[in-house]
Design a binder for this molecule. Sequence first.
Ligand code: FAD
Length: 299
Amino acid sequence: MSLSEKEGLKIKGRVVVHQQMRDLISLRVGGKTDLFVTPEDKKDLATVLSFCKDRRIPHFIIGNGTKLLVKDDGFKGMVIKLGTLFKQIENCGEEIIVGAGMDLSTLIDFVTEKGLSGLEFLAGIPGTVGGAIVRNAGAFGESISRRLLSVRVMDGNNNSDLILSKEDIRFGYRTSIFMKRRDWVLMGAKLRLFPEEKEKILIKLREVKRRKMISQPLSFPSAGCVFKNPPSCSAGLLIQKAGCAGMRIGDAEVSSHHANFIINKGKATAKDIIRLIEEVRRIVKEKFGITLETELEII
Ligand SMILES: Cc1cc2nc3c(=O)[nH]c(=O)nc-3n(C[C@H](O)[C@H](O)[C@H](O)COP(=O)(O)OP(=O)(O)OC[C@H]3O[C@@H](n4cnc5c(N)ncnc54)[C@H](O)[C@@H]3O)c2cc1C
């Protein structure tokens, strides 16, 4: 995309040409995107979506990039990350209205301070509220869909506001309707929590974080679990039993700590990681006859 085209885009938020995607995703791999923008508010977002629609520019919404792998040749189009006004919280009793751009950790700190419980299982998940809803993030048998009442969406076809109920979102295991409706941008969500003593919430949070620290390789870049658990078994266990833990291509390594994590030991490329994913899938299929499905999204 030329600079002159960029100049046609006037928003309050940032507009960056040729942004390195590796700086925006937790795996720290991937090439550049033509344009990276951070719409500050609804008006900015509408401007950005119209800009893409009028010029037929493909766009991709990113949260904290903790469930994404961007290929080495980057993303041809525009990457959009929600800015400041999408990071606000309103507290109406046991209901919380929160912007989709807010980090889960900030939301958890806020509700804990208010004595509201129900999100403790999300502690340690490094995503945003938007990314967590799109991927129905969760742990220990719970997922964010359980606490969700509704979401507010901007429809990129006509920039109208939609309110979707939990039923409309068609949540599944680490998925939702947003994985198909790429023309919808999640702007905010309404969650229902329940009152609890702050001390008790803090105890639960400490326990969740302790379990994560023990079970996840947190010293190297990763994108969490690479594969979905097949029905009634753990992908990590299958990968370990197949002898893939510690397997390495370039600087991409199947973690010995948690075999469903692929970590970047330094200078891994997206190609290394994709080759490693394919190799693990091949070996698991050969040994157990099970085809692992990726949870990680490849752009
Ligand atoms: C160390 C580590 C541990 C993790 N542990 C867990 C875990 O225990 N459980 C778990 O479920 N996940 C876990 N994850 C994965 C990840 O953090 C979650 O899936 C998280 O919810 C993704 O949020 P994100 O903001 O990073 O989304 P991104 O990765 O940026 O995006 C994910 C998807 O959401 C879409 N999206 C994001 N925001 C919007 C929006 N506003 N509107 C429309 N679409 C949007 C993107 O287009 C993309 O399709 C872990 C990751 C890491 C690195």
